[in-house]
Design a protein around this ligand. Structure first.
Ligand code: GBH
Length: 489
């Protein structure tokens, strides 16, 4: 007999989410169509001296703004039960603010996409912010550098919950805050191209965390009772190993490295505050540099309470591992020096089409275990995982090998180590604009011909493999009446 009789009535088993992911700026094109406002990426790719590798833009990209029905048919061919996409904030609010006016045509695009998905039996998972900030908000007050952005983000989130929330049950506030903070405002490699690792990165992260908490609480209070959806945030990071495995200092450095990437965001979201290691190390370095207070801002008691527990599931974008070596660095260099870590890669790890991405399948298993242990086994969705090459070939055996190995390790984390993994999304549905790398690194399981104005799509071998793999997985899933390890209450 199964011991399920005490399960509350609302405890229904949910299907494991098998999906693919994309983001608005990377695929939509139509950058100035139907009333869309400019985003910081539309400006960044046009800026003189900006280093987009091939000098390209995503003005046209995959033309998904026009071709969304074709995209949904691709998803249908793949047999996925879910699709992760992002909403372009300036497409729905061209000036970034409610006061600046709602672009109904922009909203209609997302309503159409969601309707098309649902009509084909595919669950939408929507990301509110995948880096394409309305340019007006950057110009007016430097975007995430100012707390003035918080109410505007909450207005935008509210509008989307109102217009799409009866159909979208999975929401992400932010995609990879680490990336848009460090690459966008710290290193200047991404929009808006600001370069300040010393102070700005910490302020930007502080503001986005406060905005996340407010959007989460708004949904919880005003929408969740009726809409019954889930809101989370998606974080990226590497599973970090000690460079010298017998060095206690390197072992601590490896932990610290993950605290400076994942936990910078997930400790506030799950515990209500930054990791102790960040507070003491940045505090000490600030004092040593003669500053009156820490460069790491502090949350108020109210903000801590609002943040603590502000996520219904852990969104994880996972690609690669790295090595950490303990080394005391400067007091005034900012984010990287604050960690007292030299970060490297093991030369024996196989490469990919991206210098930062080494094929390290064990890392996704160990990363999920590390996060599950630290945050008390939250429901976890792998919201991105994938690999690049530089030619976009459809004979992509290397990608099949990658997915087989990485998914195998995700399965191990779930089944053997009892981590509460409830979904997996391959990055990406199709080749697209890879940010500062333009169209020189391809992550798609579907190829897009960027030389053809029609942007025709072709399934790669990996797409066929993924289709067959998930079909087999779905048929071996327990029947819907039996609660599974991966079900969310
Ligand atoms: C994700 O970022 C993004 O969400 C997605 O939009 C993107 O297309 C996809 O992955 C593939 O890249 O050497 O310091 O400049 C992945 C995580 C982390 C990858 C930062 C690029 C640059 C490291 N990113 N990394 S650095």
């Amino acid at each position: 007999l199964m011991l399920i009789s005490s399960a509350p009535a609302q405890c229904t088993a949910e299907e494991f989410l098998w999906g693919t992911a994309t983001s608005a700026y990377q695929i939509e094109g139509a950058w100035d169509v139907d009333g869309k406002g400019m985003s910081i990426w539309d400006e960044f790719v046009r800026r003189n001296g900006t280093t987009i590798k091939d000098n390209s833009t995503a003005d046209i990209a995959c033309r998904s703004y026009e071709k969304y029905k074709e995209d949904v048919q691709l998803l249908k061919q793949l047999g996925v039960n879910s699709y992760r996409f992002s909403i372009s904030w300036p497409r729905v609010l061209p000036n970034g603010t409610l006061a600046g006016g709602i672009n109904e045509k922009g909203i209609q695009y997302y309503v159409n996409l969601v309707d098309e998905l649902l009509a084909n039996g595919i669950q939408p998972l929507a990301t509110l912010y995948h880096w394409d900030l309305p340019l007006t908000l950057q110009n007016e007050f430097q975007g995430w550098e100012s707390e003035q952005i918080i109410p505007h983000f909450v207005d935008y989130a509210k509008l989307m919950f109102e217009r799409l929330g009866d159909k979208v049950k999975w929401w992400l506030t932010f995609n990879e805050p680490w990336v848009f903070t460090v690459l966008g405002y710290g290193l200047g490699a991404h929009a808006p191209g600001t370069k300040d690792l010393v102070n700005t990165v910490y302020i930007v992260s502080h503001n986005l965390l406060r905005a996340h908490a407010k959007a989460y609480r708004l949904y919880e209070k005003d929408f969740k009772p009726r809409q019954q959806g889930k809101v989370g945030i998606t974080l990226n990071g590497a599973y970090v190993l000690p460079k010298n495995t017998s060095s206690e200092l390197d072992k601590k450095a490896a932990q610290r490295s993950m605290e400076f990437s994942f936990s910078w965001y997930s400790d506030p979201v799950y515990f209500g505050d930054y990791p102790e290691e960040m507070k003491t190390r940045i505090g000490n370095k600030s004092a040593a540099a003669g500053l009156p207070k820490s460069r790491l801002p502090e949350f108020t008691a109210e903000e801590k309470a609002e943040l603590k527990g502000s996520s219904d599931f852990f969104g994880l974008n996972y690609y690669t591992s790295s090595l950490a070596e303990h080394k005391i660095l400067s007091n005034d260099g900012g984010y990287y020096d604050d960690q007292d870590i030299v970060s490297t890669m093991d030369p024996s790890w196989p490469g990919s089409g991206s210098p930062w991405l080494k094929v390290t399948p064990f890392g996704i298993r160990e990363g999920i275990k590390w996060l599950s242990a630290r945050y008390d086994n939250p429901p976890l969705v792998v919201t991105e995982n994938g690999v690049s090459d530089n030619d976009g070939t459809t004979s992509d055996q290397h990608r099949i090998d990658f997915y087989r190995e990485y998914i195998g390790n995700v399965t191990q984390a779930k089944n053997e180590f009892k981590c509460n993994v409830v979904g997996y999304f391959a990055w990406s549905l199709m080749d697209n604009f890879e940010w500062a790398e333009g169209y020189t690194e391809y992550f798609g399981i579907v190829a897009v011909d960027f030389n053809d104005p029609e942007r025709p799509r072709t399934l790669k071998d990996s797409a066929k493999w993924y289709r067959d793999f998930i079909a087999a997985e779905m048929t071996t899933q327990a029947p819907a009446t039996t609660p599974k390890a991966g079900s969310i209450v």
